[in-house]
Design a protein around this ligand. Sequence first.
Ligand SMILES: N[C@@H](CCC(=O)N[C@@H](CS)C(=O)NCC(=O)O)C(=O)O
Length: 228
Amino acid sequence: MKPILYKADPSPPARAVMMVIDILGLDVEQRTLNPVLREQDVPELKKKNPMRTIPILDEGDFWLADSHAIMIYLLDKYGKPEHSSLYPTDSRKRATVHQRLFFDCGVLFQRLRAVMAPTYMGRLEEMSKSMVRNIVDAYSMLEDYLSENLYMADNVITIADLSIVSTMATLVELVPIDEKRFPKLKQWYKNMSDKDYCKRINIPGGKEHADGLIALMKFNKSNKKSKL
Ligand SMILES: N[C@@H](CCC(=O)N[C@@H](CS)C(=O)NCC(=O)O)C(=O)O
């Protein structure tokens, strides 16, 4: 069977996998789910991914969740020699790519998730100062990573960049990058955004995601007022 990717265009981790699929030129059926409506909670998908998150890759007799794990798997399985720089074989370079992927998974995306979860639950009316502070703090970590290399893990684009830029495409719409404080991050984001796959897949999805969050915060605010 043709592999299936369960995804949503606004979802940062789904976009990261969609960019990898695009770069590798893979024939994957992409099925859209709405995670806000919890369409991923149906028993068939819960069995495939008890975390009840998207993206999920389904190859029929093998399922995989978590964008970072999926990206590594796709590169391992389908990467051709021309894709080797995306996931380098040198142990130290590869370890650095892994660290940046874990950074996206455990730090950067979590700071966005801290905004997403209460917004979707109808509780958040605007981002708190500490939410913004935590996001800016993560930008400063990214700026430091970029003092070592041109890209997040190497002097060339790796899957770490694809992962981080998918989260950043939503974040920059909520908390713009201050060019004076973070010149390298601003330049990196511009370089990544100029890539064709980013223009087609990442930027529109990031905007849709952030616009949806902002609209929902406004709705939460007016909803609260009307209940007073
Ligand atoms: N670490 C996961 C995070 C996936 C994730 O949280 N996806 C969101 C959509 S952007 C989701 O499905 N949320 C539903 C939930 O957390 O219950 C990955 O990289 O795939």
